[in-house]
Ligand binder design. Structure first.
Ligand code: S3P
Length: 427
């Protein structure tokens, strides 16, 4: 599908975004392993989180989806059953890496597959700790999907993550649920802590001491009714859009504000954004609030070190902001961008250049000078949801029309994106 984006006079009104993708995956998996029926409200509408639900269905879990409310009939820690076909994680690295953790200790074999993009993403980072726990996993060239998991009892581990990755942390902790004794995960820097929060919500015993997470194995998980806040990483597209289109003022409702995710707000505020948090709430360990964002002049900035890891999903849209800012944007220490749904350093730069914006590729990031004007052009999502949405935002401040090729990629995390953008924008 092609989507045409025209320059917008302003963004206004109020929008409600879909549920957080990271939290949706975790609540779905944990509720399937819990005793009893969980109701998950505002579950992500993205295809990724529905891939997780479909894999769980293939593992014998009863799941009904009614709009954004998902009901999961948990089967208990030992209740998953042999899947009769390959488990398809689609485009989702989270689904594959997290499910692998809970599949490796099962008393049956399984095979996890994904689409072309996922089939090229590194899985060595989960195969290594799971193998150290006693798992047997075969992968293409030893490190790419499909993953053939033998399924056998595992031993708890004390594991230091070589890469800062919440997906890998989650994989090891989910495997640890099935092991006797304590599983310990040590992080090089603190990554999003939704797994630790969710495990506690479902009744597991988890302690967090700075960057060391300890989980007591073999808990009895209990069903919960939980409301999932809206996704801050999806909100990022609207936060940037309203910040760069003159005259905008937009309210984003019920957005997740977990402190391990909110580096985005700190960065935007430090670069000159006008964002106010209203109606702050703290339910079930996951804080949320409404965000009122208005147009403001941006200074630009540098994203590096721990901040680069914390902002990794938002860098494509921050690149758009950087190009129109006063001093531009420099991104370093972000080589993980190269192994996301696409090599996001290459795909961001390719599209920027198509739109007449200058940028320099760095091995681990990019340099984008400020005060540039976007020119309407044909850009490509390259099948990557965040690239599609970032360049739709660029289209709002371009001279002339922007055509996004393969625009449907947005539905991986945010199927409502173009409709909400059209609703909020005035021509
Ligand atoms: C995620 C963790 C991050 C992030 C991804 C979602 C998660 O990936 O980029 O979109 O839900 O745990 P890594 O764990 O690879 O850093």
């Amino acid at each position: 599908m092609e989507k045409i984006i025209r320059s917008a006079a302003r963004l206004s009104g109020a929008v409600t975004l879909p549920g957080d993708k990271s939290i949706s995956h975790r609540y779905a998996i944990l509720s399937s392993l819990a005793e009893g029926t969980s109701r998950l409200a505002n579950y992500s509408s993205g295809a990724d989180c529905h891939s997780t639900l479909n894999c769980l269905r293939d593992l014998g879990v009863g799941i009904e989806a009614d709009g954004s409310t998902v009901t999961v009939h948990g089967k208990g820690l030992d209740g998953w059953t042999v899947p009769s076909r390959d488990l398809d994680a689609g485009n989702s690295g989270s689904a594959m890496r997290m499910l692998a953790g809970a599949l490796a200790p099962q008393p049956f074999a399984s095979r996890l597959v994904g689409d072309e993009s996922l089939s090229g993403r590194p899985m060595g980072r989960i195969i290594e700790p799971l193998t150290a726990m006693g798992a047997t996993i075969r992968a293409r060239d030893g490190r790419f999907p499909p993953l053939e998991i033998e399924g056998k009892p595992l031993q708890a581990i004390d594991y230091t993550l070589p890469v800062a990755s919440a997906q890998v942390k989650t994989c090891v902790l989910l495997a640890g649920l099935f092991c006797e004794g304590e599983t310990v995960v040590r992080e090089p820097i603190r990554t999003r802590d939704h797994t630790e929060v969710a495990l506690t919500q479902f009744g597991a015993y988890v302690t967090v001491n700075k960057r060391v997470i300890t989980l007591e194995g073999r808990p009895m998980l209990l069903a919960r009714d939980l409301l999932i806040p809206s996704d801050l990483s999806s909100a990022a597209f609207f936060l940037v859009a309203a910040s760069i289109v003159p005259g905008s003022s937009l309210l984003l409702r019920g957005v997740g504000l977990n402190p391990t995710r909110s580096a985005l707000l700190d960065f935007l505020l430090s670069a000159g954004a006008s964002i106010r948090i209203v109606n702050f709430e703290h339910t079930a360990g996951e804080p949320s609030g409404d965000l009122q964002v208005s147009y403001s002049a941006f200074q630009g900035g540098v994203i590096e070190g721990d901040v680069a890891a914390a902002l990794i999903d938002e860098i494509p849209v921050l690149a758009i902001l950087g190009a129109v800012s006063e001093h531009g944007l420099v991104v370093r220490d972000a080589k993980e961008l190269r192994v996301k749904e696409t090599d996001r350093i290459k795909t961001v730069l390719d599209n920027l250049r198509r739109m007449g914006v200058e940028a320099e590729e760095l091995p681990d990031g990019m340099k984008i000078p400020g005060k540039q004007q976007f020119r309407g052009a044909r850009v490509d999502s390259f099948g990557d949801h965040r690239i599609a949405m970032a360049f739709a935002v660029a289209g709002l401040v371009s001279d002339g029309e922007t055509v996004i090729e393969n625009a449907e990629a947005a539905s991986v995390s945010f199927p409502e994106f173009y409709d909400l953008l059209d609703q909020a924008s005035s021509a």
